[in-house]
Design a protein around this ligand. Sequence first.
Ligand SMILES: [Zn+2]
Length: 278
Amino acid sequence: MCQFDRDRIYHFEPPVDNPPRYALSDLQMPDRRVALSLLAHPDDAEFVCGGTLCRLAEAGWEIHIATATPGDCGTMELSQEQIAEIRRKEGAAAAALIGATFHCLEERDVNVIFDQATGKKAIDLFRKVAPTLVFAHPRLDYMLDHEQTHLLARRAAFAYPAPNASKLPRLEGSQVPWLYYCDPIGGVNPYSGEKVDATCRIDITEQFGKKTEMLVCHASQREWLQAHHGMDEYVEAMKRHSAMRGDELAVEYAEAFVQHMGHPYPTTDLLTELFGEK
Ligand SMILES: [Zn+2]
């Protein structure tokens, strides 16, 4: 057991074969209520966790939306710098709709690599934000930027509370956060084609309008896809996905997650305790 473990600066539940469901009284609700999504590209959060981030914001949580890249390959016409500038602004505008702060690690689109330099950027971001709840891509997803960003987020979540992990100040309330993996694209494991079994589904029917508003802030992508597909496929794809997960809860729209249950992450199902399953 490392020094970090011995410090017990997080709540640790011993691993069990079948993690139990927790009653509200057992919940270790953090005093610090800060949620961070670290995903690969601008607009990923709006597709896979925007409704839940909106619910958290409504519940008084501080929200941060971070991307590994500014989506600088998402164009047929503009230079990398030109499209990156546009997409940073779109990401910030979408985040602002729920009072969230937008961040970008400034890696390059289709070139995200889990290495020491990029890992340091991610850990420093976590150190500044000090999240107690984190949303990341799943380990298996349709493109490698997502899978590499999964690794960056997972390592940063584990490392950031350790005093020596970053030279930045360690904020009060820093802890190994609750960690939830968002759906892969389409909710499908790209290697097997099978639908991902969620451990947690959040009803976002009331937040769906705001989630859509956030998504359409990414006008450069929407217009590109509209021109390419001849229809508003951007919004339609998000709607289909949210409705597919909504069906599982018998509500109109939902988002689905898989909670990371390994040591030393908190294993109470914070999202379900906050918002319930229907
Ligand atoms: Zn993406």
